[in-house]
Design a protein around this ligand. Structure first.
Ligand code: GLC
Ligand code: CA
Length: 545
């Protein structure tokens, strides 16, 4: 436990609305003690690398105590760092190390559910039906003979029923508990004021240790509407909240009361703590509700991973999201990927068309898309390894896969492990510098040696060196660009315009395109061709004059 650790004071050098965030997934970033799992001392050892990217803040995926059934998104103690990651003092050292380098720290806050190993849930299991301990969760009697059927037909985000019979986890009360995610992640009852109070304290605990903001996990799941009833799901139906109307368990209106409560706590600090939500809901109009002036500062632009390599589709996605946020005083935190999504470099390889995975094409398109990401008005977020152009690893043996989505569905295509393979730091070595040992929790493809940080530092045209360049250029321009932008498509070219003097062009067509007259090239994702044309799969930033 942290004894006398003192929070270091930190003021972001740039408004959050212009910031670039870097997401660290601790398990896969760097492993200092050689046990095969990334840890906080490993993160501390690579702080200079993070700072060298030119980002403003780090979003850290959960490092709390956890049985790790969902990579740490199943928390058994919110005030304690898990021993596999280190100690609370290590966490404070990381926060301080970030602050010394001018970086803010945004922590993941998982409030919809905890772990079945959390003392709250253990106490509930020990207590009888109807007891106050069970009111922290949603324990209901089953239906049918002996209550053998789940209380409702609700489905889990991760597949299967959203209800688990407590006997499966050692309970003797004969009831079912709600888990919208894995059965190891029981949903907390936000209708119980004690739950809200407990989280007030957790938020304050980390703010007092110097954390500058929170990435709020699975937010629409909080604040459910009772009484619960059937929706009419069909057997085997898959989760699809982006196409659903509000549900009693997703995007219910009660969530906004919780958002306002957290905003009040965040605002009581100096400087105010930053709140970004992971909000995937059925309409952009509903999305905008989460960023009302007394709720979250920003929401992620999740969903782009489903957009195809098509200028029109990209333009529609960007325009719809921008329009949703426009009437608010808020902004989007644009992102191309995360620890939940297929790597950007693997999404546009044309494998579906040609049957071949063309990694070079995928990486060229990823570079181009990152130029779009950093050109858009609002904040941007980069997931670790994206700056190296890493691809999705699709050949991890079944027995090594750990994602509960795979374990619940048996469908390896749905597994998120492929974007969580440990970072390659060096060209050689058994784990490419992830640790000094011989193994990592997921095996790295041997060809990742050439994509390692060490190797890419040596090559002036590498993906990494390009990403540093584009981030640095954005940082030098961003304060001068208007907050609003325009996005349109013509003949396969996506155009982002910010005011009269800045444009980003992306060529998603099949022929080279001329640059507009009167504009000069600031940076391009690949060399322009001999005639000064922008080739397919490339992007360019232009300045007037
Ligand atoms: C969020 C996280 C994801 C996690 C889920 C449940 O979507 O990003 O990794 O599995 O919430 O906490
Ligand atoms: Ca370790």
């Amino acid at each position: 436990m942290t004894g006398n650790a003192k929070a270091s004071r930190f003021r972001p050098s740039r408004p959050w609305r212009d910031a670039v965030l870097y997401q660290v997934y601790p398990k896969s970033f760097a492993d200092a003690n050689g046990d095969g799992i990334g840890d906080i001392p490993g993160m501390v050892a690579h702080l200079d690398y993070i700072a060298s990217l030119g980002v403003d803040a780090v979003w850290v995926s959960p490092w709390y105590a956890s049985p790790m059934n969902d990579g740490g998104y199943d928390i058994s103690d919110y005030r304690q760092v898990d021993p596999i990651f280190g100690t609370n003092d290590d966490a404070v050292a990381f926060i301080d190390g970030c602050h010394q380098r001018g970086l803010g720290v945004v922590m993941d806050l998982v409030a919809n559910h905890c772990s079945i190993e959390h003392e709250w849930f253990r106490a509930a299991l020990r207590s009888p039906a109807g007891s106050p301990e069970r009111q922290w969760f949603y324990f209901l009697d089953g239906r049918g003979e002996n209550g053998a059927e789940p209380p409702t037909d609700w489905i889990s985000v991760f597949g299967g029923s959203a209800w688990t019979h407590e006997s499966a986890v050692g309970g003797a009360g004969g009831q079912w508990y709600l888990n919208l995610f894995d059965s190891s992640q029981p949903d907390l009852n936000w209708g119980n004021p004690l739950v809200a109070e407990a989280f007030d304290e957790i938020i304050r605990f980390w703010c007092d240790l110097g954390v500058d903001g929170f990435r709020l996990d699975a937010i629409p799941a909080i604040g459910k509407t009772e009484p619960f009833g059937d929706i009419g799901f069909t057997p085997g139906q898959q989760w699809d909240a982006p196409h659903w109307p509000p549900m009693p368990f997703w995007d219910a209106d009660g969530v906004h009361e919780v958002m306002r409560r957290w905003r009040t706590i965040g605002d009581s600090y100096d400087p105010p703590r930053h709140l970004i939500g992971e909000v995937l809901v059925g309409s952009n109009e509903r999305l905008a509700h989460y960023v009302r002036p007394d709720e979250l500062h920003s929401v992620f632009s999740i969903g782009v991973s489903t957009v195809t390599w098509d200028a029109d589709a990209l333009s529609r996605f960007i325009t719809d999201m921008s329009n949703a946020i426009a009437p608010t005083s808020s902004w989007l935190t644009w992102t191309l990927s995360s620890h939940d999504e297929v790597r950007t470099a693997s999404r546009y390889t044309d494998a579906a068309v040609t049957g071949l995975v063309d990694d070079e094409l995928g990486r060229a398109r990823s570079r181009a898309l990152h130029m779009v990401l950093f050109a858009l008005p609002g904040a941007a977020c980069l997931y670790q390894g994206e700056e190296l152009g890493l691809s999705q690893v699709t050949d991890i043996p079944d027995e090594l896969l750990q994602d509960p989505i795979f374990l619940r569905t048996g469908d390896r295509r749905l597994s998120r492990d492929g974007c969580r393979v440990p970072m390659p730091w060096t060209r050689d070595g058994a784990t490419l510098g992830f640790n000094d040992g011989r193994r990592s929790w997921l095996p790295q493809p041997p060809e990742w040696g050439v994509l390692s940080v060490e190797q890419q530092e040596l090559n002036s045209t590498s993906f990494l060196r390009f990403m540093r360049e584009v981030i640095a250029l954005r940082q030098s321009l961003v304060a001068t660009l208007p907050l609003a932008g325009r996005c349109e498509e013509s003949n396969g070219i996506l155009v982002i315009e910010r005011g009269a003097t800045f444009r980003c062009l992306l060529n998603a067509g099949t022929t080279s395109a001329p640059l507009p007259a009167g504009w000069r090239r600031l940076l391009s994702s690949q060399a322009l061709d001999e005639e000064g044309l922008l080739s397919p799969n490339g992007a360019v930033w232009l300045a007037r004059g």
